[in-house]
Design a protein around this ligand. Structure first.
Ligand code: R5P
Length: 302
């Protein structure tokens, strides 16, 4: 694999290193500092000439800085004569802003895509984006992966002996297909929540549930947790309706301060991935992190 090299910005160096290891390729060195005026200063220290360069950078935890780093590393690799550039962006910053929701707003996801395509990224790998509408905004090749098989494997290995004891909940309309898919893979029934979010305050309320959860163990599978409103409110509702256990699977947790709120919520367990760098993740008792580097390596090597 001498023709491939993995690089990363500062967003998630550990994932970059793990991916390189899983792919059996070199993990290259990138020097990232700032000028006195706070502009990013990038230099690739490894040789990338004629190599397929894979840049790992979830554009989150200071997304604006991390998007610029990704753009600058791409441009640097181009100037250093890389053969091709693949960007692995497990969480694509601004991806939920994939529509003009209200008059006067930008189509922010489109701005990020155009910028990254313009600097020379040839293909993108994204994981569990909020809505497939985002994919239509790309001109370059984009591979949309889902962490679903990772969670399915988890339940196949760990928990489910009697399927009738379990239900899968779709926490909102947008997640119905995702929940159905999840349930089909495990042979479980689905119940459906009617969720409303106030666009100005962001506050989530659950209206009604189609289906019965009394005495059942319930699993949710969502793309991301932000404020935690969806997770926390759904946990309260389900427990009030008689659910005996609630396990929330989610690919990305995009706001770190939410993790403390999840610990004190009525959810029994949160299973997530290391798509985003979460410092000190061991301290969270209810949250289990699954490494996605092997999965990413397999997909990228296909
Ligand atoms: C919504 O459609 C998404 O799939 C998530 O359920 C949601 O946006 C998570 O946000 P929060 O944690 O703020 O409820």
């Amino acid at each position: 694999m001498l023709d491939k090299i993995v690089l990363s910005g500062k967003a998630h160096e550990e994932l970059g290193e793990r991916l390189a290891q899983a792919m059996g390729v070199e993990y290259g060195e990138v020097e990232i500092t700032t000028f006195p005026n706070n502009e990013s200063r990038i230099r690739i220290l490894s040789n990338v000439e004629e190599k397929e360069v894979i840049i790992v950078q979830p554009t989150i935890n200071d997304p604006d800085v991390h998007i610029v780093q990704l753009a600058l590393i791409t441009n640097a690799a181009r100037h250093a004569k890389a053969k091709s550039i693949t960007a692995v962006i497990p969480w694509f910053g601004y991806s939920p802003q994939d529509k003009v929701f209200r008059y006067g707003e930008p189509l922010s996801a489109e701005v990020m895509i155009k910028m990254l395509e313009a600097v020379g990224i040839d293909q993108f790998y994204l994981v569990d984006i909020h809505s497939k509408d985002l994919l239509d905004l790309f001109s370059k090749q984009v591979h949309h992966l889902s962490a679903l098989p990772i969670f399915i494997d988890y339940f196949k290995q760990h928990q489910i002996t009697n399927p009738d004891e379990w239900r899968v909940v779709a926490v909102d309309k947008g997640g119905q297909e995702r929940a159905q898919n999840f349930a089909d893979k495990l042979g479980l029934d689905v119940v459906f929540f009617d969720k409303k979010r106030d666009l100005s305050t962001g506050i989530v309320t659950f209206k009604s549930l189609k289906g019965d959860v009394k005495g059942k163990k319930v699993i949710a599978f969502d793309d991301y947790v932000s404020t935690g409103g969806t997770l926390i409110q759904s946990a309260e509702q389900l427990k009030a309706m008689g659910a005996i256990e609630y396990i929330f699977c989610v690919t990305h947790i995009v706001v770190q301060s939410t993790l403390d709120k999840l610990e004190t919520s009525q959810v029994d367990k949160v299973i997530t991935t290391n798509s985003i760098d979460i410092p000190n993740f061991e301290k969270y008792e209810k949250i289990e992190f699954i490494d996605i580097s092997q999965f990413l390596a397999q997909e990228i090597s296909k």
